[in-house]
Ligand binder design. Structure first.
Ligand code: FRU
Length: 455
């Protein structure tokens, strides 16, 4: 294994070594954000999974700590969550104990009284076992006087809700699904309460990852806006896609995050090709953390995601200029953030070229007639899987001026359109020398109202 620094993102969490998939046990506790994660430290592919561990004060700079929950020959530690149990002043991890011999999946607990540094297994494990080989990813949250857990019956495409007074004894409560996208198995559920912009209202949103059938191909995430009541979770509008790019999966929220807006973070890959992407001494990274609100659009509420970013310095800015053709910006960047307010004017297509180099570019394009926004990574760089080099299109949020915010970081672009109403998350593997950025307009002139590159 080599250690090519150009594959290591600056502002995204990656493990020191080995394989990473889902974020687990996301919680803010005692001034620290904890990010546990599906980790196989000794290989670059999925295998006997443990929970890795990292902490951060700001969700951008992470310090990796020793492995928190170690896989054994009898038990692999699959995805789950962490809550703070105030009555015992301890952190409680709820995870899926996967038995590699039988495929059995049951929910187990571990306790920590030292801020997540060391963990002791619950002697009564598992606490929830229905004899299934497709029952996983418990997300526990406070509910009324006690606790609730959402957990998937993956093959059935359902999210089951359980309740407990003490985190130890669980009673089945209700079932949601199948509904929305059911092509792939369901994984990694979460229920978050999200404020509706410009109102004092909130709505409950159920997040569900699906292993296949997502809009950009392979795995992805859908969400259901609805309400969690005494009767269980009920959706009040059709399912929508959380991310129109291929590389956001298993995102769940931080428990006890400060503020009204939930903060989610996902795994930046896709089960279709996760084990084939270029790797050095590690493979896999998280997305940036994202704050959630809901925005009213007609009769629907739409999830809006805002990236949590490093403040940075402005390297280049433009105001009220026209662009026709291609306009390279006077910057060189592999890790930066581009924020632009662009208006179509007479242009038929306009947008940004990122990581531009010798024959390489990742294109973010707005097509005002087709009302789409797309990311094209067919010329982005190395493509190690037949499904990788593709163009992914999404519906363009309705507005005269299109706001594009792109988080560019060594091996990825995350595109937030319309202030985060539409998001496309994409891994890219350009040559390290591909560092250019340009604005372009085709078939006419587009207007750059504002543009800045922050590094
Ligand atoms: C989602 C998932 C989970 C499972 C974990 C195993 O990516 O398949 O359902 O718990 O990964 O690593």
């Amino acid at each position: 294994m080599s250690n090519d620094p150009t594959l290591r993102p600056r502002d995204h969490f990656t493990p020191r070594r080995g394989w990473l998939n889902d974020p687990n046990g996301l919680i803010h506790h005692d001034g620290e954000f904890h990010l546990f994660f599906q980790h196989h430290p000794h290989a670059l592919v999925h295998g006997p999974i443990s929970w890795g561990h990292a902490v951060s004060a700001d969700l951008v700079d992470w310090t990796e700590l020793p492995t928190a929950l170690l896989a054994t020959d009898e038990e692999h530690v699959w995805s789950g969550s962490v809550v703070h149990d105030a009555s015992h002043d301890r952190l409680v991890a709820a995870y899926t104990a996967f038995d590699p011999a039988t495929g059995r999946q049951a929910q187990s607990l571990a306790f920590s009284t030292d801020r997540g540094r060391t963990w002791v297994p619950h002697p009564g494990n598992p606490v929830l076992d229905v004899g299934s080989t497709s029952f996983r990813d418990p997300k526990v949250f406070r509910h009324g006087d006690g606790w609730a857990m959402v957990v998937v019956r993956a093959d059935d495409r359902t999210v089951d809700l359980y309740r407990s007074p003490d985190l130890l004894a669980w009673t089945h409560h209700s079932i949601f699904g199948p509904e929305g996208s059911v092509e792939g198995v369901w994984e990694c559920p979460d229920v978050v309460t999200v404020p509706v912009e410009s109102t004092g209202d909130t709505a409950d949103v159920l997040l569900v990852s699906v292993s296949a059938g997502a809009p950009a191909g392979g795995s992805g995430m859908q969400y259901f806006v609805g309400e969690l009541t005494e009767a269980g979770f009920r959706s009040t509008q059709p399912a929508r896609w959380l991310d129109h790019g291929p590389d956001c999966y298993a995102a769940v929220s931080y428990t006890d995050a400060p503020g009204e807006e939930p903060v989610i973070q996902g795994w930046m890959s896709n089960w279709l090709y996760a084990d084939t992407v270029p790797a050095t001494d590690f493979r896999g990274s998280m997305t940036v953390a994202r704050r959630l609100t809901l925005r009213r659009r007609g009769s629907d509420l739409v999830l809006v995601q805002r990236p949590v970013v490093r403040p940075g310095e402005v390297r280049c800015s433009l105001e009220e200029v026209d662009v026709a053709g291609e306009r390279p910006l006077p910057v060189v960047a592999r890790s930066c953030r581009v924020v632009a307010d662009l208006e179509a004017g007479t242009a038929q297509r306009f947008g940004l070229h990122l990581r531009v180099g010798d024959g390489e570019r990742t294109t973010v394009a707005v097509d005002p007639d087709a009302l789409t926004v797309s990311v094209d990574r067919t010329a982005a760089g190395e493509a190690t899987h037949p499904a990788f080099a593709a163009l992914h299109a999404a519906p363009l949020p309705d507005a005269d001026v299109v706001r594009l915010e792109v988080v560019v970081d060594m091996t990825s672009v995350e595109v937030f359109v319309g202030g985060g109403e539409v998001v496309l998350t994409e891994q890219v593997f350009p040559d390290p020398a591909s560092t250019g950025i340009s604005v372009f307009a085709e078939g006419g002139t587009a207007r750059i109202h504002t543009l800045s590159v922050v590094e």
